[in-house]
Every structure is written in C-alpha cells, then in structure tokens.
Design a binder for this molecule. Sequence first.
Ligand SMILES: Nc1ncnc2c1ncn2[C@@H]1O[C@H](COP(=O)(O)OP(=O)(O)OP(=O)(O)O)[C@@H](O)[C@H]1O
Ligand SMILES: [Mg+2]
Length: 142
Amino acid sequence: MKEHKTSSGEQTQALGADFAAGLSPGAVVCMHGPLGAGKTTFIQGVASFLGIQEAVTSPTFTIASAYEGSLPLYHIDVYRIDSVEEFELLGLEEYIYGKGLTFIEWSEKVEEALPSRLIHITIGINDDGTRTIVIGEPEEEP
Ligand SMILES: Nc1ncnc2c1ncn2[C@@H]1O[C@H](COP(=O)(O)OP(=O)(O)OP(=O)(O)O)[C@@H](O)[C@H]1O
Ligand SMILES: [Mg+2]
C-alpha cells in the first residue's frame, strides 16, 4: 500500500501515468473516492501513458468506453448502475477479462461480479483541497 499526495489535477494525472507504467496487460483497477475526487482525472493520466489522444471523460449516460492505445483502455463507471444483475447484463466480460487495462469507478457497487485479482485505488479529498491517493487495497488497514 502506497500513499501519495497531489495538489492539482495535473499532478493527479501524472500519478496516473506513473501508475500505468507498472501495470501488466489484463489489470483491473477499482477506483474509490467521493464525487469529484479525481478518479476520472487519474484515468486520464493512464490514457496519456498509453498514447491515447481521444479525451477520456464521463458522459452522464455512458457506462463503458473503450480506447485504443499501446494497450486497450476500458473505462467503466457504474455510478448509475443499481444492481449486480444490471451490471452483468451489460456483458462487459470482454473488457474485464481481456488484455487491456480496465478502470472501474464506483466498483464497490458491483464488486461481486468482478474478478478476484483487483487493484484498489482510493482518493480522498483533504480539507485544503489536496488529494490523498492510496494505491493498494483499502481493506488492508495497517
Ligand atoms: N490534487 C488535486 N488538487 C486539486 N484538484 C484536483 C486534484 N486532483 C484532481 N483535481 C480536480 O478535481 C476534479 C475531479 O474530477 P473527476 O471528474 O476526475 O472526479 P471523479 O472522482 O471522477 O468524480 P465522479 O465520481 O463524479 O466521476 C477535476 O476538476 C480535477 O482537475
Ligand atoms: Mg469520474
């Protein structure tokens, strides 16, 4: 478990790019943290590491997006999903069990439907607006 602090969106993106450099194909990463914490921002850094030119955003009604880079990037945001059944009906196995990198925002809603090997990243907003970004498993408290 590693803890980082960032003071701007650019720094959060840079951390995402550094993190992506250490990932193996097929990695599934769960992004935790409140609304506006910087989950999508972190994933934008991953996209830049993969050489993806297209902008990574979170359109309100889009649950999953695929981007072609040096590895495929799958960005899944289940904020609007209400049940594990609803998630399973989306048929995202090709993404999640594929050779790309998969990042899932609000994954705690559907964790039962995810593979057992997950990397967890938790972003917290500090009182001064900086972000504390913990890479590891949130359930493993020291
Ligand atoms: N360390 C930081 N300090 C200040 N602002 C930051 C920092 N990191 C990210 N931000 C800003 O916070 C905002 C985070 O928005 P973002 O869409 O990434 O959040 P999110 O966690 O994906 O939210 P949602 O749950 O709504 O999808 C962006 O405007 C980003 O620039
Ligand atoms: Mg987001």
